[in-house]
Design a protein around this ligand. Sequence first.
Ligand SMILES: Cc1ncc(COP(=O)(O)O)c(C=O)c1O
Length: 420
Amino acid sequence: MDPSRYTSDPLEVKRPIPETAESGAVIVGPIAVEAERARLTHGAAASARHHLNAAGSALPTATTLRAVTEHLELEAEIGGYEAGASARDRLEAVYTAAGELIGAPAADIALVESATVGWRRAVDAMRLGPGDRVVACRTTYVSSALQLLELERTGVTVDVVADDSDGQLDLAALEAALSEPAALLTGTHVPTSSGRVEPAAAVGALANTAGVPYLLDATQSVGQLPTDVGEIGCDALVTTGRKFLRAPRGTGILYVSDELLDRLRPTCPDVRGALWSGEHDFELADSARRFETWEAAHALRLGLGVALTEARETGVEAIAEHVSRLSALLRARLVEEVAGVRIADPPGSASGIVTFVIEGEEPQRTQERLAQGGCDTVVVPASHGLWEMAPRGLAGIVRASFHVYNGEDDIDAVIAALRA
Ligand SMILES: Cc1ncc(COP(=O)(O)O)c(C=O)c1O
């Protein structure tokens, strides 16, 4: 990327401005890539690399970064409690912004440190024990699978639903699995290991018919695909800040519906979510805040709030169109222009994630060659998505993922690096 394409002050450009083709701008659908790049920080501009790792941790805007650093500065200047008090309204607004993005009331939102922390708090609060059964989709992320496997050691049964021959969730198999009593269904909207998008609403419909609580891992979808808890019909959802939401690391969101909330008691209540009301008594908060701890990184939360607002302003549908179009283009060009490429995404994958391997080359080596060509991607080993990758015979894959600041020049760079 040419750093001269960035404005000297990224904050001057607040919104993507559609540019004409004559200006030489990279325009893909309704997203104006040049304007999105101008909203990045000076640091990102200076690095002049092709960042293709939104699914790992995306680049935040300069406005998001500034919300974080300004609050840290205020804490240092007047004290953490005093800074927290002065930002109270903006901190409260983060719950509203998170709820608006996923179609939930603010009271059903808990702010946590990561998707894993949210998942763990929700599942722990279900108090599963011997005789309980969990139905899990194959795309379950490693941290969640490990928690389920640990529960298995305590007498919980974990049934992993088969995928069909195309590598998609087999809804008939899921329906059959849900015909037996189950305490929980866990599914993933978009996995860590491919561009596939699970039919979350169809899964939700089956779960609701069976009366089984549905916990959706939307870590790789919120911010890049429309994700509405009402339309999906999930009872709980987790996501992280740093990926497609472009928020700072160390932020995450847990949504729990009112109905499920009544049945969940956190294993470790905290002063944030409970009132110590008597010698041997306490009352849990009547909201998802019962899953929070009192101490929290206010600066990061304020950054999350800005990122949530910006995602809504840009429009998740426009983001989805942009990233899925770039993904489709990259897949097509990899197959056409790079010898030996095998796309690892199941057919019909429609997210901003592309996975592939090159025959006869370790994914790690492919990733290194890409890095040498200025393209930052990651390798996902099978151990990060074993239930999904092992049956497909994949030991590891190279993953490239797009956001609004990516354009066709990034794809040119990938192809050039792999052909070099
Ligand atoms: C699908 C999926 N779920 C959950 C996680 C865990 O997110 P976090 O690291 O925020 O806990 C990841 C991380 O890559 C993921 O890809």
